[in-house]
Ligand binder design. Structure first.
Ligand SMILES: [Zn+2]
Length: 171
């Protein structure tokens, strides 16, 4: 596993902290990945609320939506277009080489890179319940989770397909 060392400045967690709420159940992610998950969940489709809509810088919303397109929809184009305009470079200091970012967006993209290489970004998923779409960390062994929480959305979705089957429709 390749792990990069991120430069402390600019600090992504500090940058995001006024706009995101980390630690919201269900599906909390480990470490830095939780900050990316919290950013994605500012587009809270379960509550029908976009908490970045009125107050946050529009660049942050653009970044979030590009990140969502990549992680949730598997569409890399918007994030790739953003990445082209934000520079990362290697700097070698007394404590070894670090990846340094020119701005916060670049620092966040470095985090995306790190989490992807570690195989953890792929564990962020949006709940398969279309009324929910909450982004959660799938900690299951074979990454087979589909719902944010089996007790809530899983049951809702199972009951729906059961009712469809009972009516003689395809599940
Ligand atoms: Zn859900």
């Amino acid at each position: 596993m390749v792990t990069t060392m991120l430069d402390a400045v600019p600090d992504v967690k500090e940058w995001l902290s006024p706009w995101v709420q980390t630690g919201a159940e269900p599906g909390i992610a480990p470490d830095g990945l939780e900050h990316l998950r919290a950013l994605l969940n500012t587009d809270n489709r379960f509550a029908g609320l976009d908490t970045l809509k009125t107050t946050a810088p529009s660049a942050l919303r653009t970044l979030r939506d590009a990140l969502r397109a990549f992680i949730v929809e598997g569409n890399p184009a918007p994030l790739d277009a953003l990445a082209a305009g934000h520079r990362l470079s290697v700097r070698v200091g007394a404590s070894g080489p670090v990846l340094a970012a020119d701005d916060e967006t670049a620092a966040l993209l470095a985090m995306v890179f790190d989490e992807y290489r570690a195989g953890r970004l792929q564990r962020l998923k949006a709940c398969a319940n279309p009324d929910c779409q909450w982004v959660y960390f799938d900690g299951s062994r074979n990454r087979s989770g589909r719902w944010c929480s089996m007790n809530e959305c899983g049951d809702v979705m199972k009951a729906r397909s059961y009712r469809r089957r009972a009516r003689g429709e395809d599940a």
